[in-house]
Design a protein around this ligand. Structure first.
Ligand code: BGC
Length: 379
């Protein structure tokens, strides 16, 4: 570049627009700013490098201790994970937050959040400040009440190649994965100062087109989160909707503060009978739990425990449950069996979910469904 232009660029660079203009004068792409600015749709996934290559060292003592402190948990499902809060008939009510930590109920919450529908559609995926404040208020109240909180990213439909829900934002395919990382960068920075009882879970049930790309994306996500949260516990699960059988394909970055998760809805034709979001809908009237069903249930837990030991990290069951259309007595048998089987294997768990179709709590009557609550949370 001629000297006069260099001078001009330097002068401008230190006036109004700062460093970004300086880079502009030097030619496009010469230097990439650390935060995506301008040309947001052109930010490539390489802006977010993978974690250093190396063997995962196994869990640190502090992450093992944190995992041990988890126990019988509850998912705040169908609230902030709906396309917008309330769209699936539930909001995070003060009443729900007040239940947490009460005697005979859980003090461990998994909080599913559909961030992708509350962020700009470009690669920068700037999260709506009002939505951030809403999540802040839920997280802060749960933490203040003494709860542990697993805060996740849920139902970013395009990430898995799934059809969108009616009011979901549609984004250009070229920015889908980079948005995931940009959102985690923001979430991680925002909550970096929170108590260690706040745990981040990278993504709910990766599946579909993520079967071959999840290990790469999670490696990048861990790295970007580690910039602001060097030691916070991070939860990662395998593909196939967090199936224990996919743990053998999971590749972990060399990070000592990871916790593994699986979801467990077998026998699926029992737990999801009549559920209209499963197509074709499973017929009603399926019983549980005969010897074959019980063997299926426990063998998946055994796989999870074995794989977690191989990988060197603690593991919990982030979701299990039976839909309300399953026969009542069988549902209770299923819950007891699962609860005992997970306890026998030292696995913490989170029931799916608080107050919707699987709910342990009846939001219309403002009371617990006693039989489900007893089966899950009482001696
Ligand atoms: C999904 C829910 C669904 C549940 C049981 C969860 O992972 O997020 O929408 O109700 O699984 O199928």
């Amino acid at each position: 570049m001629p000297k006069t232009i260099v001078m001009y660029c330097l002068m401008r660079a230190f006036t109004l627009l700062g460093v970004y203009v300086l880079f502009g004068c030097m030619g496009e792409g010469a230097v990439q700013a650390d935060t995506p600015v301008g040309k947001a749709n052109q930010v490539s996934i390489e802006h977010y490098p993978v974690s250093p290559i190396g063997n995962a060292p196994g869990a640190s003592p502090q992450t093992r201790a944190l995992a041990l402190s988890l126990g019988a948990g509850i998912n705040f499902g169908n609230m902030l994970d709906a396309p917008t809060e309330g769209a699936w008939g539930l909001k995070v009510e003060d009443e729900f937050i007040a239940l947490v930590g009460n005697k005979g109920f859980s003090r461990h919450v998994r909080l599913p959040v559909r961030w992708s529908n509350h962020a700009s559609t470009d690669a920068a995926a700037v999260i709506d400040p009002e939505f951030f404040k809403r999540v802040d208020s839920v997280v802060d109240r749960l933490l203040a009440g003494g709860s542990t909180v697993v805060l996740n990213m849920h139902h970013y439909r395009q990430l898995d190649g799934d059809p969108l829900d009616a009011t979901d934002l549609s984004v250009d395919p070229s920015v889908v994965r980079v948005r995931f990382l940009a959102m985690w960068d923001q979430i991680a920075q925002r909550y970096a100062g929170k108590d260690d009882r706040l745990i981040f879970e990278l993504y709910n049930e990766p599946h579909g087109i993520q079967e071959s790309t999840w290990n790469d994306l999670l490696s990048r996500a861990v790295r970007v989160i580690r910039k602001s949260n060097p030691q916070r516990a991070l939860v990662v699960g395998p593909t196939l909707w967090n199936s224990a059988s996919a743990l053998e394909k999971l590749v972990l970055p060399p990070d000592p503060n990871l916790i593994l998760t699986v979801h467990h809805y077998e026998p699926f034709n029992f737990t999801h009978q009549g559920a209209d979001w499963v197509q074709p809908t499973k017929p009603l009237g399926v019983d549980c739990c005969d010897a074959n069903q019980a063997a299926l249930m426990t063998s998946l837990l055994d796989t999870a425990v074995k794989q977690a030991a191989r990988l060197g990290y603690p593991i919990f069951v982030g979701e299990f449950g039976a839909y309300s259309l399953a026969p009542e007595a069988a549902r209770i048998r299923y819950l007891r069996l699962m609860r005992e089987a997970m306890a026998d294997r030292g696995m913490p768990w989170y029931y799916w979910e608080l107050a919707a179709g699987f709910g342990v709590y009846d939001p219309a009557k403002h009371e617990f469904r006693t039989n489900i609550k007893q089966a899950l949370f009482q001696p």
